[in-house]
Design a binder for this molecule. Structure first.
Ligand code: DP6
Length: 330
């Protein structure tokens, strides 16, 4: 099919994994199932102009500034989509911005790449409509960045359970429907080891198989805790997943750590607070030093006071987020 002139725009959120995707097989397929909560405030807004051309060309502007590095990443990604020749002879102009501040160490790949994949799916559907827009958008997102495939739905999503190719929405108990996520930005510095490089280190990791087996068990426990509204089990698995992920970094043959002294200090404070107050405040970590504090809306008053009085000194800033409704066309 011949390329057509087209414009698309999507706002797409980031997500935080409760059970982590860490390790790949085949072409961008997960070594274990993962489960995440889609966020509300950490969002990328992306507009793409598709212009028929003699060859593939990508220009990308992030907050108005031309970005060669991201443009070449997107170009390489489009080149891998060989089943879609209509993507080839196109000049892409991508204008994107994030609602969360740049350089805070908050992953923008899930939101940014899902927003782009949604635009791409819009374009392909304009020429040849398919049956399941979001499933296809999730597949395209996955091929750009694994965790991005879970951002195309609101609420909670799974990936690697129903399918390895795309994420699926996951219904939870009413208690879990309004979880908060206060993101403690411990350091906004760029990571020493990217997630993609980190996944690669799992292939020679002595504990890889044990980790995949544990993740499968944790996935089942987490899914059932979210369905039944069992916040204690949810929190226990959430923290175990975060600490296991970082243990994998530290015990890989080429060892590294992304934790900072203030990450550990804040974790200690959270554990003490929970022991003293019995309030349901739990943490998780992405591949970085920043803590996502997860708690139900019903307990937010005391927890927010604790966060702002006791944890602020360990942070560069705090981003208040919560469970969101998923992407929107714009
Ligand atoms: C620790 O999705 O960033 O955030 O597929 O190589 O782009 P690529 O990796 P990426 O890995 C995310 C890993 C994680 C856990 C998670 O989100 O499940």
């Amino acid at each position: 099919m011949k390329p057509i002139p087209f414009e698309a725009g999507w706002r797409s959120p980031s997500n935080i994994a409760f059970v982590k995707y860490w390790g790949k097989k085949g072409h961008q397929l997960p070594a274990n199932p993962s489960l995440s909560m889609t966020l509300k405030e950490c969002v990328s807004e992306t507009f793409v102009t598709f212009a028929p051309a003699d060859s593939l060309k990508v220009e990308l502007f992030l907050e108005g500034n031309k970005e060669e590095k991201f443009a070449s990443k997107i170009q390489k990604y489009i080149e891998t989509l060989t089943d879609f020749p209509e993507l080839k002879n196109v000049h892409y102009t991508i204008k994107t911005k994030n609602t969360f501040p740049h350089g805070t160490g908050i992953a923008s790949s899930a939101s940014g790449l899902s927003a782009f994949a949604l635009c791409l799916t819009d374009y392909l559907y304009a020429m040849n409509p398919g049956k399941n827009f979001f499933q296809d958008a999730s597949s395209f997102s996955r091929l750009a960045s694994g965790s991005a495939c879970r951002s195309v739905y609101g609420g909670f999503t799974t990936w690697g359970d129903e399918s390895d190719l795309y994420a699926s929405p996951f219904e939870v108990h009413a208690e879990m429907a309004h979880l908060k996520d206060s993101v403690l930005v411990i350091s906004g510095e760029e990571k020493k080891v990217s997630s993609t490089a980190g996944h690669g280190r799992m292939t020679s990791h002595p504990f890889a198989e044990a980790r995949y087996a544990q993740a499968k068990i944790n996935f089942k426990l987490m899914a059932s805790a979210l369905k039944s509204g069992d916040i204690e089990t949810m929190g226990k698995i959430l923290e175990s997943e975060a600490l296991t992920l970082h243990s994998m970094f530290m015990t890989s043959p080429e060892a590294y750590t992304l934790l900072r002294p203030n990450t550990i200090a804040a974790i200690d404070m959270i554990w003490n607070f929970r022991q003293e107050t019995k309030l349901p405040l739990y943490f998780t970590l992405d591949a970085g030093p920043n803590l996502h504090l997860i708690y139900p809306e019903s307990a937010q008053n005391k927890i927010k006071t604790f966060i702002s009085h006791e944890l602020t000194p360990f942070t560069e800033r705090i981003i208040e987020d919560e469970r969101g409704e998923g992407p929107q066309k714009c």
